[in-house]
Design a protein around this ligand. Structure first.
Ligand code: DGL
Length: 264
């Protein structure tokens, strides 16, 4: 395919469900003239409690679906799928610009003032070698505590972003790690930024930064596409297509709602 034609193709996004929409939101903001196809694999969600081999196969299947539709680049907008599959995907598709997302530990350490950094992520993200390596790299510079958050992404999948049940979840899973020393919470799963407003309220007066990797990942995607001369050159308003393996209208409606929701 000629580069002029390729440039006009959409950018593919994938996640185990609706979480990756928090990354897509940033990508659309910084690349408004691009077209995007988002595929949420809600039928198979959660990925974060499955075996890495299963996560890898599920990820490959979704990526094939996106490639069949024609994409010029791919964002694996899922920390869990990134840790299990991105290295292999790069080998399988060496010509395709591929970015993955990983928990934003590096930026958290860079802005650290000596306090504790908590990392909320799926159990599988934390178990993976990729995460352990990242942790090993920065643990000398800061106190970092990973918190496996089984069952948290499900609230977002069901559109339950606000309610006492979330406070109860935070009481059980997060509170034991909170201290006067906590300075940052890394939202290390792409579903969690949608819970940021409730988490912020839960934390109350505490001065704790809540950070995620969505902007960094989107910038990296833009950089990689630019490097290959694949960014749209026209001034235009791009389009967004949303697909989901749970073939139900409510999932698509909820996806649009999440995409439009202010989550800062
Ligand atoms: N959104 C995903 C992530 O960033 C995972 C959620 C799941 O499927 O467990 O890790």
């Amino acid at each position: 395919m000629k580069i002029d034609e390729k440039r006009k193709l959409p950018i593919g996004f994938m996640d185990s469900g609706l979480g990756g929409l928090s990354v897509l939101k940033e990508a659309v903001r910084i690349m408004p003239n691009e077209d995007f196809i988002y595929y949420g694999d809600s039928f198979h969600a959660p990925y974060g409690t499955k075996h890495p081999d299963v996560i890898r196969e599920l990820t490959f299947t979704v990526v094939e679906k996106l490639l069949d539709q024609g994409i010029k680049g791919l964002a694996v907008a899922c920390n869990t799928a990134t840790s299990a599959a991105v290295a292999k995907l790069r080998v399988m598709y060496p010509d395709l610009p591929i970015v993955g997302i990983e928990p934003a530990i590096k930026p958290a350490v860079k802005m650290s003032r000596g306090g504790t950094i908590l990392v909320m992520a799926t159990p599988m993200t934390i178990k993976q070698e990729k995460f352990q390596r990242l942790l090993g790299l920065y643990q000398k510079e800061a106190k970092i505590i990973p918190i496996p958050c089984k069952g948290l992404m499900e609230f977002v999948e069901h559109g339950d972003l606000n309610g006492k049940f979330l406070d109860e979840y935070f009481d059980e899973h997060l509170k034991p790690y909170l201290s006067d020393d906590t300075e940052t919470i890394v939202l290390g799963c792409t579903h969690y930024p949608f819970l940021r407003p409730r988490l912020r309220t839960y934390l109350g007066e505490r001065q704790i930064a809540l950070i995620d990797g969505s902007l960094g990942t989107s910038r990296e995607l833009k950089r990689r596409l630019g490097e290959k001369g694949l960014l749209q050159e026209e001034e235009r308003k791009g389009s967004i297509t949303i697909e989901n393996s749970l073939d139900r209208k409510e999932m698509i409606d909820l996806s649009w709602k999440l995409l439009e929701l202010p989550i800062e």
